[in-house]
Design a protein around this ligand. Sequence first.
Ligand SMILES: [Zn+2]
Length: 300
Amino acid sequence: MSEKERIVTIDEKIYKNKEHILRFLADELGFPAYFGMNYDALSDCLGDICSPTTLRFIQDEEGVRSECVQMTLQIAGNVAEWNPDLNVEIVFRTEQTGSQTEETEPLPVDSEPLSAEQALQRLEEGNRNYLRSEIGLGDISMDLRRETAEQGQKPYAIIITCSDSRVIPEYIFSAGIGELFVIRVAGNVLDNHQLGSIEYAAEHLGTKLVVMLGHTRCGAVSSAIAGHSGGFIDYILKDINEAIGGEKDDYRASCLNIRHGVDQIRRELMIHPIKDSRQIKVVGAIYHVEDGSVEFLKED
Ligand SMILES: [Zn+2]
């Protein structure tokens, strides 16, 4: 392949939504940032430079969904900074093609639940997509709303995390409707209600992966470190203090709080990677609010 040819792969999640496609193309093809942020302008520009086939695809992505397996986008025109001689081959991934779906397989609603390992890979992949995105990538389409309303939910991961408004699990893992069973409480502490929720998803929805997701710069953790007290918040701070002991460093204290939660889930629910016949896995992870990355904590 010459330097002027590139293959751009678009997976199903992106090409379900026009804005996702435009944003993705802007990133992949190095369009000026202005166009990447302005969908109408980018759409007009693509209209000017793309072949009619591609334009139709962009305007009518729903209609070509099942048949559009491979397409060549010929960029023509006089837009110098886009390298007008560039040939871009766009490969669309669909469920039907099979061979091209090895990296991010969409989860059909009627499939068997993912294994804990598959679910973990899915979350890691979702976070990688989130890191390079400025919009949510989860599927919240009307089709999926209807599908999950009729067929029920089969979330592949249970996420216990903080109520902090900067920590949004569905965004962080590029997940949509029906994918994550989320439990949120300030400081991601656990009480009977939270344990009951985990138990429900594990036993009745078949979810195999439990993620205790703490985060950096957690107000609850720093309040516990600072020894603040008052009202009902005391119940939360007491649990965090028990978890972190005398640790004064925010990051290390958050990690201790996460590990404490992981141990509690394993102990209270008798979920253990080896002992548990349902093959449920409990892992700890910390979300970095500074850059959006998720660090999965290693086992001790
Ligand atoms: Zn927090």
